[in-house]
Design a protein around this ligand. Structure first.
Ligand SMILES: *Cc1c(COP(=O)(O)O)cnc(C)c1O
Length: 362
């Protein structure tokens, strides 16, 4: 039976926040998407409704055993008022990869993407206009069955909420200082590292806090088995430019398969720059730095797109990268990706998806 999307519009629209001072994830739009799952009906009752709290039984399994996955993508407004998504089908695919790992039933990716587009179209006035701003889209699923036995829940909810967000680099792009984490790990072989699941974040907060106390903005995670090989930086994938080549950790099951990571690899190959996805020991990066061969380093993720790394703190060594300024390749990747996202650079890969019908604006 085909799913039928129901739409109930709000009678009372919210007052919009000051689009000049949005920050990240603090304001939410007038509507949300929600649907439910039970074993008899599968996913059912998909609807766009006024944004409102969700009521849950205190025994809802998500509170106790944490079956929860999420996605993150953005809608961008172009100068000619088109609203674009960037490779949204990848987020839908990844949600099902996360679902599979967390024993959550799969969703119909095409249906969910249509519902997401419909929601963004309804909320198009919430897509801000200033350069670098966007509408952040957060699809998520959690278990709802009231039961304290340990097994997969039989019922779930899937929601999509939207949040207008400010420019990540409001004050210009500045390289970050990173602490190479040698006490805590984010993921282990056979664990949940390649799923976008809430628990991975819960487990990362303590390391993040301790790095902040030491004066670093993010941590660089090492592998959970030997503690030697580079995995990710905070909630971003990581790249190093060494002697004209670009290296990034291979997808080994404990790393998140980032859409931005995938896009960066694609661009680099298209530009004829050698890229290697491989196991990278932190020692190799240290040696490259000592030899003056570590040219640039950056993280990749939807929120920042590209985040230049200016310093790595590893076992008491401070590795200063590109004199703590933004590298040329780092900048070119940032400008190309954001250019495609905002419709200013030709999208020759077919990465963007337009959401709204444009009406000639005066
Ligand atoms: C979401 C996420 C990323 C980045 O993925 P994008 O699809 O590029 O936004 C990287 N690492 C982790 C752990 C993440 O959760």
């Amino acid at each position: 039976m085909a799913l039928q999307l129901d739409v109930v519009l709000t009678k009372q629209k919210k007052e919009k926040p000051d689009f000049g001072r949005l920050g990240f994830g603090q304001h939410f739009t007038d509507h949300m998407f929600i649907m439910d799952y039970n074993p008899e009906k599968g996913w059912y009752d998909p609807r766009i409704v006024p944004y409102a709290p969700v009521t849950l039984d205190p025994a809802a399994m998500v509170f106790h055993y944490g079956q929860a996955v999420f996605e993150g993508l953005k809608a961008y407004r172009t100068k000619d008022n088109r609203i674009l998504l960037f490779r949204p089908e990848k987020n839908m695919q990844r949600m099902n990869i996360s679902n599979d790992r967390m024993s959550i039933p799969p969703v119909d990716e095409a249906f969910l993407l249509d519902a997401l587009k419909k929601l963004v179209e309804i909320e198009q006035d919430w897509v801000p206009t200033a350069p670098g701003t966007s509408l952040y889209i957060r699809p998520f699923i959690f278990s709802t069955e009231p039961y304290l036995g340990v097994r997969a829940s039989q019922t779930y909810k899937l929601l999509i909420i939207l949040s207008p967000v400010g420019a990540y680099y409001a004050g210009g792009m500045t390289p970050v200082k990173i602490h190479v984490e040698n006490k805590f790990v984010r993921a282990v072989r056979g664990g949940t590292g390649n799923a976008k699941t809430a628990g991975n974040y819960a487990a990362s907060l303590k390391a993040q806090n301790e790095a902040k106390d030491l004066g670093y903005e993010q941590v660089l995670w090492m592998d959970g088995v030997e503690g030697k090989y580079i995995e990710e930086v905070g909630a971003m994938n990581v790249f190093f430019k060494i002697k004209g080549e670009v290296w990034t950790p291979a997808l080994n099951g404990s790393i998140l398969d980032g859409v931005t990571r995938n896009s960066v690899i694609h661009l680099l190959r298209d530009w004829g720059i050698p890229v290697q996805e491989k196991r990278i020991a932190m020692e190799e990066i240290y040696q490259a730095h000592l030899n003056g061969e570590l040219e640039e380093a950056f993280g990749t993720g939807t929120a920042a797109v590209i985040s230049p790394i200016g310093e790595l703190n590893w076992n008491g060594n401070q590795l200063c990268i590109h004199e703590k300024s933004v590298g040329e390749l780092t900048m070119k990747l940032y400008e190309t990706l954001t250019g495609i996202q905002y419709g200013e650079v030709e999208d020759k890969y077919g990465w963007t998806v337009q959401v709204n019908e444009t009406v000639a604006s005066s």
